[in-house]
Ligand binder design. Structure first.
Ligand SMILES: O=C1O[C@H](COP(=O)(O)O)[C@@H](O)[C@H](O)[C@H]1O
Length: 303
């Protein structure tokens, strides 16, 4: 088994549908659900936009860099309150990379003392197949930066089994998730049958990858497994496990937290008017519920 350590906005301005054409993922993708822009809203100095289809929303917000963390903390806290109140548990999935530092405001008042940390269940959307003490470990990053500082029961923190091969760790993590769905800790999507996590917190690489789903890699097309593995990741380390798109896209809420000018091209490819970008993995994120992009001005500089 895997280790257990171990809103929307008032309309002020409308933009044409064509403003974010690349949010329409390729129809061949198993998780494809077309998005239709219902409204885009621009408020105060940050760009604030919201797009919605009948039963889902996509919002894009652009902040001054320090405000990314402020807004993200409020967003996570609101969802924690919602789900702990409604179902007595909050299932939240973390990425590695730059995301963790943007969660730092959760360690400050009012959140640190008011959130029901004991009801959190924490998972990894992707993990590197390295020991949990290794500098490349997404678990270590999150544990050192967040999880060790809040009273989440150790049994509610689901790290991968770092004693296994990549393939073994992916199978083991999926087995763990299946058991938690059986026990109703994780909800199940009535639409797809895949596990329905309350919140996915995603980052995006400069190449447009999310989780360990890289552009052009066959894993992007995986539509049966819940968790899979990669041994040839273009970004080191090469061996990783990752949630598949059907799991990412079954979630109730998903956030993409993307900062820096180095990601502006990929952001433009997904959200802008570029022709060939819909194939980037970030453009395939389409949760059953709501998707929100948290961008800083650098990442949004080419929109
Ligand atoms: O390798 C990874 O990269 C992505 C993006 O990381 P960032 O540092 O550019 O934000 C991350 O979301 C993923 O979890 C990680 O394994």
């Amino acid at each position: 088994m895997a280790y257990a350590h171990s809103t929307l906005f008032s309309n002020t301005l409308r933009f044409p549908l064509a403003s974010f054409p690349n949010l329409h993922p390729p129809s061949a993708h198993p998780s494809f659900r077309p998005l239709t822009v219902k409204r885009l809203v621009s408020l105060h100095s940050p760009i604030k936009a919201s797009m919605a289809e009948t039963n889902k929303n996509v919002a894009v917000e652009v902040f001054e860099k320090p405000d990314v963390a402020v807004s993200l903390a409020k967003y996570v806290a609101d969802l924690s309150n919602k789900f702990t109140g409604e179902r007595g548990a909050f299932t939240v999935c973390l990425s590695g990379g730059s995301l963790i530092k943007y969660l730092g405001k959760l360690l400050e008042p009012p959140y640190v003392d008011s959130l029901e940390w004991s009801k959190w269940h924490v998972f990894w959307i992707d993990e590197r197949v390295v020991p949990k003490t290794h500098e490349d470990s997404n678990y270590k990053l999150a544990f050192d930066g967040l999880l060790s500082k809040v009273p989440i029961p150790p049994g509610n923190i689901y790290a991968i089994n770092d004693a296994l091969s990549a393939e073994g760790a992916a199978d083991d993590y999926e087995t763990c998730l299946r058991q938690l769905v059986k026990n109703n800790v994780i909800a199940s999507s009535p639409v797809s049958g895949f596990p329905k996590f309350d919140l996915m917190l995603l980052g995006m690489g400069p190449d447009g990858h999310v989780a360990s789903l890289f552009p052009g890699h066959p894993l992007v097309e995986e539509n049966n497994k819940w968790v899979t593995f990669i041994k040839d990741s273009p970004k080191p380390p090469p061996e990783r496990i990752t949630f598949t798109f059907p799991v990412i896209n079954a979630s109730a809420y998903a956030a993409l937290v993307v900062t820096g000018t180095g990601k502006a091209d990929a952001v433009h490819s997904v959200l802008g008017k570029s022709e060939n970008s819909a194939k980037l993995p970030a453009g395939l994120v389409a949760p059953e519920g709501e998707l929100k992009w948290f961008l800083d001005k650098g990442a949004a500089s080419k929109l």
